[in-house]
Design a protein around this ligand. Structure first.
Ligand code: SF4
Length: 404
């Protein structure tokens, strides 16, 4: 078998970090409440980061923490202590962009690896060598690199190479955008992006409106879906494959991580290009998480109008997340389920889990907390018992068996 490649997943809180690890991530990246570009939405205090590290170690997984703020002087207070705390917590790596943060980390927390953020738009060997001198051990390439360039860099770089394979993309690709600063006074490079690119705008040329009145103009890239290039990335010696999406749900994380886990393990066992049958199968599996329109970014061509969404958001999920398995009684063939979405008796449902092959069943018996047979589950977070004719485990998830 070929050398292991890291599958790196995002997490917006502790629950999602644990889901990502259980479903097969080799490492999880998360942001603390300070010094991170998504700090406004972070739920990770130091206690949670310690717990994430403890949990990850049980699965031989690792925790990376984003410290990717572009700091002004007044932002630096407490940085040194924070880096030392992360080191003491057992974090494997920080993801940083600022030379100040990189230098401080190397000086005060040398036990932390430093991974260079994609914010620094690394696209060539010379800049990788430059960051090597600063003590960086891995470079997250700019999203603007083609597959050919990724291959060249991964094969010749003195440092590990990490590259994005999946998820939402900022229309400014590697970031460093000031649209949010201009529109809201919220600095995108200091954790405040208001996603102003996705607002709806009217376009004017001189005083004449040129955008459609019913369909205002907005800017949004289609999401990245690069799974078909994974055989090439593994063969090229890429160290880490990164999924974007710290704001995504636990269901999304579970579905996407599990699908990449299966695919990567399959490619490691049987190297070589994916067959048409494999591509069709994995496309269907990824669409169960979300079927927002996708593209391949810069991997095989320079993105143009066909890779952008104008005036539409286009999000949708083909298979709704219906419930989380809390327990299973083998004798009674009943699962205890925490309901997350509306479903009815008589529907065909699908269970999937970290180690379970996706299996379908008919929801022919649902019992509520009062012990009554019910026809409909429509109270989120209600606990019900549901008959499942095969063994499932706590942490498995239930979704619709067919797209709606
Ligand atoms: S406003 Fe849009 S393009 Fe700018 S940083 Fe935020 S998400 Fe990216």
């Amino acid at each position: 078998m070929k050398k292991k490649i890291e599958l790196l997943a995002p997490a917006g809180d502790l629950e999602r970090a644990k889901v990502a690890i259980r479903y097969g991530a080799d490492a999880v990246y998360l942001g603390g409440k300070r010094f991170s570009l998504r700090s406004r939405s972070s739920n990770f205090d130091l206690k949670d980061i310690r717990e994430a590290v403890r949990f990850a170690r049980q699965y031989h997984s690792a925790i990376h923490v984003t410290v990717n703020l572009i700091p002004h002087d007044e932002d630096l207070e407490g940085l040194r202590e924070y880096l030392m705390d992360l080191q003491e917590a057992g974090v494997t790596a920080i993801i940083a962009a600022s030379p100040t943060i990189i230098t401080e980390a190397r000086r005060w927390a040398p036990g932390l690896q430093v991974h260079l953020s994609t914010q620094m738009s690394s696209t060539n060997l010379e800049c990788i060598r430059f960051y090597q001198q600063m003590g960086v051990s891995r470079v997250v390439l700019a999203r603007e690199c083609s597959l050919e360039q990724i291959r060249y860099l991964a094969q010749n770089s003195p440092l590990e190479i990490e590259t994005f394979i999946h998820g939402g993309m900022c229309v400014n690709y590697s970031g460093r955008c000031t649209l949010s600063n201009a529109m809201t006074w919220r600095d995108a490079n200091r954790g405040g992006c208001a996603q102003s690119c996705r607002w709806k705008y009217h376009l004017l040329e001189k005083d004449e409106r040129i955008s459609d009145a019913d369909r205002p103009f907005s800017m949004s890239s289609k999401d990245l879906l690069a799974f078909r290039y994974i055989p090439e990335m593994i063969a090229a010696n890429v160290a880490s494959l990164k999924i974007e999406g710290r704001m995504k749900s636990a269901y999304y994380i579970a579905t996407v991580v599990k699908t990449y886990r299966m695919l990567i393990d399959e490619v490691l066992q049987h190297p070589g290009p994916l067959s048409a049958q494999q591509i069709a199968y994995y496309e269907k599996e990824f669409a169960k998480a979300e079927n927002r329109p996708t593209c391949t970014g810069f991997l095989d061509h320079i993105p143009d109008h066909r890779d952008h969404l104008y005036g539409v958001n286009g999000s949708g999920v083909t298979h709704d997340f219906l419930g989380l398995v809390l327990d299973y009684d083998e004798g009674a063939q009943q699962a205890v389920l925490q309901v997350r979405n509306h479903f009815r008796k008589g529907e065909r449902l699908e269970v999937f889990g970290p180690t379970l092959v996706n299996q379908q069943f008919l929801a022919d018996e649902i019992i509520n907390e009062a012990g009554e047979q019910i026809e409909v589950c429509n109270k989120p977070m209600e606990t019900v018992r549901i008959r499942i004719p095969f063994a499932v485990s706590a942490g498995d998830m239930i979704r619709r068996g067919q797209a709606r």
